[in-house]
Design a protein around this ligand. Sequence first.
Ligand code: NAD
Length: 374
Amino acid sequence: MSTSRRDFVRMSALAAVGAPLIRPLGSVPSIAHRATPTTSRQEKKLGFALVGLGSLSTNQIAPALQKTKHCRLAGIVTGTPAKAQKWKAQYGIPDRSIYNYDTMGRMADNADIDVVYVVTPNALHARDTIKAAKAGKHVLCEKPMEVSTARCQEMVAAVKGAGRQLAIGYRCRFEPHHLEMLRVAKAKEFGDVRLIESSFGFSIGDPTQWRLNRALAGGGPLMDVGIYSLQSAEMIAGQYPIAVSAMTTKTDPVKFKDVEESMTFELKFANGISASCTTTYKVNGFNRTTAYADRGTFGLTPAFNYDGIKGWRSDQTALEAPEVDQFATEMDDFADCIINNRPTSVPGEMGLRDVRTLMALYEAARTGRTVELV
Ligand code: NAD
C-alpha cells in the first residue's frame, strides 16, 4: 500500500492542470511563518535518527538527508533486525546507533544523535516522541501529530520539559510554490482572498494496512492527506479555523469499516475567509489548492506531491518557484532552528491545534452540526 500511495503521489505530479484567477488578506497573522534558514555556522551538521524504517523513511527521508546542508543520518530505530542490517550496510550506521523501540531510551548516552525524526504510524507518535524527549533529543514528528489532543499535549509537555524543540513534518510550509502562493496572497496581488478550495486524496490499496485501522491511524484520509488541505488553507488565511462542518461518505463498508472513505469539509476563519475541502481514499486525482480573491484566482495543481508541483494565476502570468527536495528543506530548517536557537515555524502547538481541528471535523461529521473552535 505504501508503494501504491507513493506511486500515486509521483504519478499525479505528471498530471498537472492549468487554470483560473484574484487577491489578498486583511490583517491576519497569528501563524508565524519562517522558511529561510539563517544558519551561520555552515559547517555544523546535526545527527538525525529515524524511528520507523517504512516507506517514507526509506524512499524520501533517508535520500533527502544526503542532500541536506546541516543534517546527517546518524542512527536508526527499527523493530526489524533485517532492516537494521540493510541500513547499516547502505548508510554506514555504527552498531552503537542502531536501536529498537525498547532500547531507544539509551540514545541519552549517544552524543552523535541530536534529533529524532518520528516516522511511525500516527498512533505511535506520542510513544516515540516521549521516549526521544526523555533521552534529551529534539524531535521532528511526522503529520498528523497524533490521534488525540491529549496525546499531542503530552508530547508538547515532554519535549518542553526536556528543554528541546518539537517540530511537525509539515513539508509544504517549506515548499517554494506554496511560499509563492502565500506571497501572492499577502501582497494582495489579486485583492483580498475570500475563498479557498483544496483537495487531496488517492485510491488506497492493501485493505490490511495500518492506514485503514482506526487504532493506528486515528481516522481515514482526513488524518492522512486531508490535513494538507487544512494546512494549505491555514497558511493562506494566516489563521486557524474558528468553526468547521463536515460530511463523510462510504460506498465500501467492508474495506472502510474502521475509517471514513471520503470527507468533504468546510473551514471558517475569523478574517472572513472560508475553505471548502475534499479528501478521499477512493479515487485518484484530488490534488490541488486554489485561492479565490476579489480580482482573480491563483493556485497549485498538483499541490501536494513530493515534486512536480505546478502553480498558475488567472492573469496568465507565471506562478513559478524552484523545485526543491521538501524533506531536505524541512530538516535543514529544523537543524537551523536548533543551531541558532530560534523557534520552529511548525511547532508541536501547531500540530496540536490541527489535531483539535481534525477531531472537530469528525465530530461535525458525526453530529451533522457546525463545531466551533475557540
Ligand atoms: P509505513 O507503513 O510505510 O511505515 C511505518 C513504519 O513503522 C514501518 O517501518 C513499520 O515497521 C513501523 N512500525 C512500528 N510499529 C508499527 C506497528 N505497530 N504497526 C505498523 N507499523 C509499525 O508508513 P509511512 O508511509 O512511512 O508513514 C509513516 C508516518 O509518516 C505516518 O505518520 C504518515 O502519516 C507519515 N507520512 C508523511 C508523509 C509526508 O509527506 N510528510 C508521507 C507519507 C507518510
